[in-house]
Write a protein that binds this ligand. Structure first.
Ligand code: ADP
Ligand code: MG
Length: 239
């Protein structure tokens, strides 16, 4: 479970302190599928980076599975990331000179898994993403949707309990976006907690709950409902 308690993230720019997240409190239970929406610059990526232990809070407490990671530094943050979190990004972040299979093997190299097991598990993850006939392709020889499925295979290969995807469909057409969201939905049904940042209400509908961020603050869910009022979305408290 993810529990942010009154966290603030500040940057010092010149002589000014910029509060990018202000007193944010969020709880996300194991097994939830959450969408994070909000205008550009509102702090969504900053929030994802903190949840993903890629960045640290300036103030407040972050409990991840009951472990207080607020004051962790590298390499402890890296340990938490490698043990429990998979990341997916808008621009895929695949290494261009490595085949799909080698890209998916990467996180397992960092985890110290043997070559044979790496190959086997990478192939398995790619098969799960429907890419069994694309394993030896370089990223450039793949479509956008295929690249993102390679990236998802890479994100799940260490069997994380949490997947964080920051605008994973931002570079994809509508139809391809749906196939990517179906993959996240399937992983969520298998028990993985999924958090997706998106601009698109249609993409947010795949989630069971939407969190709105504006100007570094979480918009209370009741006012989200008033503004958007989409009956097909569940704006509840996740319970
Ligand atoms: P979003 O993902 O919602 O578009 P971000 O989380 O990327 O927003 O950024 C939120 C705000 O924080 C923006 O105003 C951005 O300029 C600022 N910001 C992000 N990273 C830094 C940084 N390293 N130093 C200073 N300001 C930053
Ligand atoms: Mg962003």
């Amino acid at each position: 479970m993810i529990e942010l308690q009154s966290i603030t993230k500040s940057y010092t720019v010149g002589t000014e302190q910029l509060d990018v997240l202000k007193n944010v409190s969020v709880k996300i239970e194991d097994g939830e599928f959450v969408a994070i929406m909000g205008p550009s610059g509102s702090g969504k990526s900053t929030l994802m980076n903190i949840i993903g232990c890629l960045d640290k809070v300036s103030k407040g407490t972050y409990l991840l599975d009951g472990e207080d990671v607020s004051d962790y530094k590298e390499p402890d943050l890296a340990r938490v990331r490698n043990e429990s979190i998979g990341f997916v990004f808008q621009q895929f972040h695949l290494l261009p000179r490595l085949t799909a299979l080698k890209n998916v093997e990467l996180p397992m190299i960092y985890a110290g898994i043997s070559k044979d097991e790496r190959t086997e598990r990478a192939a398995e993850a790619l098969e799960k993403m429907g890419l069994e006939d694309r394993m030896d392709h370089l990223p450039n020889a793949l479509s956008g949707g295929q690249k993102q499925r390679v990236a998802i295979a890479r994100a799940i290969v260490n069997r994380p309990s949490l997947i964080l995807a920051d605008e994973p469909t931002g570079a994809l057409d509508t139809k391809t976006s749906r196939t990517i969201m179906e993959q996240f939905q399937r992983l969520n049904r298998e028990g993985v907690t999924v958090i997706v940042v998106t601009h698109e209400p249609e993409i947010a509908e795949y989630a069971n709950r939407t969190i709105m961020v504006r100007d570094g603050e979480i918009v209370p869910s009741a006012s989200v409902e008033r503004k958007w009022g989409a009956p097909s979305l569940e704006w509840g408290d996740g319970g």
